[in-house]
Design a protein around this ligand. Structure first.
Ligand code: NAP
Length: 332
């Protein structure tokens, strides 16, 4: 049986040990659809797992990578045929099931998303979990009544993968976007993605009262902690906040007042176990809104598997803006 390259996480005495290895299909977890992998991308969760800053891998050794796009090589699932282009994000890839940082993958049929017509295999991974999650925020906020004419929406952690796509998708959908970024040099980048205003977190008055001056029609939050608390205090009546991330921290110290006196909604976003029907709807919405120049603007770099550990360290050190792609076969 021929071997292929995979970046696997091994358990170490202290933390984890990521190794680029030659493995065979026999080493992969069970699944009904076998893929020839084309591209993956690096998400916050990948960086936590590979640097050992977060406990992401739940078994060892495990192929890392929570996202993958590729071509079906073989399928026991009648819904998929050899040669078909597909993508998979979440569902425990790179956490409980061998993931996308490898030249081959084997996944369950229920996890597979046929590639939307507007995307190719590379663009699908530029979107990846980060962009899918941002698009999920848009879809779920709109399901909850959010509309562009209500006023400005605010994106936090805006220069990151989720924040970049959130800025781009909401502005393409007609919203007036304020982007919050701690990177002094990211203003032009975010304006290029459609932000009409940039806010430095150092200039934010987080307030102390349960309700502060209402300034945002809605919010997409990648940070949690003090930032999400501030958003609950400052979103306007009947606005929606999408809680996506915890880059700043997991705690949320707020009160019930925004919810019972302003009708604010806090919508939870879980990209990993998003049900298949909603998943398809979200991918279609993202694919329809994004344009050629958006992919070019958000692409930070194209890496090989060897580059992934250093790239993950850079992401953790907040040195990256946009999305880093990982080339596997490189097929489009
Ligand atoms: N719910 C879900 O399904 C889901 C899916 C994907 C991601 N997430 C979560 O969403 C968050 C963002 O993911 P991502 O892939 O966009 O990561 P990323 O590319 O690293 O972006 C995170 C951004 O947050 C800001 N940031 C990072 N550390 C911070 C800190 N300690 N304090 C304040 N701001 C900080 C930085 O933005 P600036 O430099 O611009 O301020 C950074 O670029 C993560 O917590 C991730 O786990 C959740």
């Amino acid at each position: 049986m021929s071997s292929f390259k995979a970046l696997r996480i091994h358990q170490a005495d202290k933390g984890v040990d990521p190794r680029l290895e030659d493995i065979t299909l026999d080493d992969l977890a069970e699944g009904s659809v076998e893929l020839r992998c084309a591209w993956s991308g690096i998400n916050f969760k990948d960086a936590l797992g590979i640097t050992g800053k977060g406990k992401i891998a739940r078994k060892f050794p495990l192929v890392a990578g929570i996202d993958v796009s590729g071509t079906v090589e073989a399928s026991e699932d009648p819904r998929y045929k050899p040669g078909q282009k597909v993508l998979v994000t979440g569902w425990g890839l790179g956490e409980t099931h061998d993931g996308g940082f490898a030249e081959r993958a084997r996944v369950r049929g229920d996890w597979v998303v046929p590639l939307p017509d507007e995307l190719d295999l590379r663009r699908a991974m530029l979107v990846g979990t980060a962009g899918f999650t941002a698009a999920m925020a848009l879809v779920r906020m709109e399901q909850n009544g959010q509309r562009p004419d209500q006023g400005p929406v605010v994106m936090t952690g805006a220069s990151g993968g989720v924040g970049s796509f959130a800025t781009r998708l909401f502005s393409r959908a007609g919203y007036n976007v304020t982007a919050v970024t701690g990177k002094a040099d990211a203003a032009e980048y975010l304006k290029g993605l459609g932000a009409s205003a940039i806010l430095d977190p150092a200039d934010v008055d987080y307030g102390k009262r349960p309700l502060e001056k209402a300034q945002w029609a809605g919010a997409v939050d990648a940070l949690g902690s003090e930032t999400l608390t501030w958003l609950t205090r400052t979103v306007q009546p009947f606005g929606t906040i999408a809680a996506i991330g915890n880059a700043q921290g997991i705690e949320l110290n707020t009160s019930v007042l925004p919810f019972i006196l302003r009708g604010v909604s806090l919508v939870g976003i879980d990209s990993v176990y998003c049900p298949p029907s909603l998943r398809l709807q979200i991918w279609e919405r993202a694919a329809q809104l994004l344009r050629e120049e958006d992919f070019n603007a958000i692409c930070h770099s194209e890496l090989t598997l060897d580059d992934v550990p250093q790239a993950c360290a850079d992401l953790m050190d907040r040195k990256v803006r946009g999305r880093m792609l990982v080339r596997l076969s490189g097929e489009h």
